[in-house]
Design a protein around this ligand. Structure first.
Ligand SMILES: Cc1cc2nc3c(=O)[nH]c(=O)nc-3n(C[C@H](O)[C@H](O)[C@H](O)COP(=O)(O)OP(=O)(O)OC[C@H]3O[C@@H](n4cnc5c(N)ncnc54)[C@H](O)[C@@H]3O)c2cc1C
Length: 360
């Protein structure tokens, strides 16, 4: 019998494996042929500044974004993970948006976050001459950065494997049954017995929970996000990650330079029924283009090399849902891990290990 069986090898499952492997026998089951092929690589790959992840977006999200941002700054390069420590600008185009920028600044200060600084439009234009001329100003967010999320997962896998963790690929979990002292987990290839099951299946978390629980306490609301990718030939066009002023629902359409020199533009945010439909749409790409055109003078579209869709694992709960199952307390839900899940992942893994599993 294993101590821990983790379902899902995205950034959350691999961070949890890395955290739990030194504490007990651990196994991770992934349905794809490799780690992090779903949400974790179809996103913006931003390690967010905690300034923009305010507690009204979820207490755990705000707390873990702060802790996670610190973790990446201290550890990513030591682990050998490629990062781009380029910082971000939050852009205000009207007096009202400047007031919002000041509110973010005040909220950050109240939470002990002192990194952000108010900038004039003129100061922003000196650093980023390709910004649009009508920018009023905004916030400088120096701790925002991007990370190679695939490399991150593989690095964590290597360390966890060194601690005895077993990783299984191309195995889909199809059934879970409560047995004496644990669970029988059936996959497309084998059956395993484990004391604890950690459900880190991303957008499929509700489906996995339905295999064992009668009343799953959340519903999935998959939100698609569409992107353009510019080739490294566009390097230098924009150096910082650019955010428009977020609204209540989304952070808006961003410009996001990556560690490998590419630049991602996006994402949109649209609710869809399907967990899997990742077809790029003309209208989605048009929204991306016009969103970016609100921030910059022009986009070097001649350098577009790719487009893609990521599907957010959003649920109808106001925060990450990280709790023991009420029916089967050794089944742990790690659900609703949408943005800022990459940023929060190291803190989520620590929370699962030290707060949830350590306290019954
Ligand atoms: C458009 C978009 C933009 C985002 N931007 C950012 C950002 O800039 N910064 C940030 O911090 N966060 C961002 N996020 C959020 C972040 O990407 C996610 O929170 C994070 O990747 C979630 O990781 P995960 O491991 O929970 O999910 P996933 O990466 O989806 O991993 C879940 C894994 O479970 C596996 N699985 C599912 N069912 C089964 C089964 N039955 N058997 C075996 N395996 C199974 C899947 O194959 C998958 O590999 C964004 C998300 C999206 C979609």
């Amino acid at each position: 019998m294993d101590d821990y069986l983790i379902i899902g090898g995205g950034v959350i499952g691999t961070f949890v494996a890395h955290e739990l492997a030194p504490k007990g026998s651990t196994r991770l089951i992934e349905k794809e042929a490799d780690l992090s092929q779903i949400q974790t690589t179809h996103n913006s790959a931003l390690v967010h500044s905690p300034v923009l992840i305010t507690p009204d977006k979820g207490e755990l999200k705000a707390r873990f974004a702060m802790e996670g941002n610190r973790y990446y700054h201290d550890n990513a390069e030591k682990l050998g993970v490629s990062v781009l420590k380029n910082g971000a600008y939050l852009i205000a185009k009207t007096d009202e948006e400047m007031d919002h920028a000041k509110e973010y600044l005040a909220s950050a200060k109240a939470r002990g976050i002192t990194e952000a600084k108010l900038l004039s439009g003129a100061a922003m234009m000196i650093a980023e001459p390709n910004l649009k001329d009508d920018i009023k100003g905004g916030l400088d967010l120096p701790t925002a950065m991007t990370a190679d999320t695939y490399e991150l997962s593989k690095t964590l896998e290597k360390a966890a494997t060194g601690e005895g963790c077993k990783f299984h690929y191309e195995e889909t979990v199809t059934a879970i049954e409560a047995v004496d002292d644990g669970f029988k987990v059936t996959t497309s290839k084998a059956t395993y017995i484990a004391k604890h099951v950690i459900n880190a299946a991303g957008v499929y978390a509700e489906k996995i929970a339905q295999l064992i629980e009668k009343d799953v306490p959340y519903k999935t609301l998959p939100h698609r996000g569409e992107y353009y990718v510019l080739s490294p030939k566009a390097r230098g066009w924009i150096e910082k990650t650019l955010f428009p002023m977020p609204n209540k629902i989304t952070k808006g359409i961003l410009v996001i330079p990556q560690p490998n020199g590419t630049i991602r533009l996006g994402p949109t945010s649209t609710l869809q029924d399907s967990l899997t439909d990742d077809t790029v749409t003309e209208s989605g790409l048009q929204s991306v283009q016009s969103g970016v055109e609100d921030l910059v003078k022009s986009i070097p579209m001649e350098y577009v090399i790719d487009t893609y869709v990521g599907i957010r694992a959003t649920i109808d709960y106001h925060d990450f849902y990280i709790k023991r199952s009420k029916e089967y307390p050794n089944f742990i839900h790690v659900a609703g891990i949408d943005s800022p899940g990459v940023t929060a992942a190291p803190a989520i893994a620590r929370y699962v290990s030290e707060d949830i599993l350590a306290n019954k």
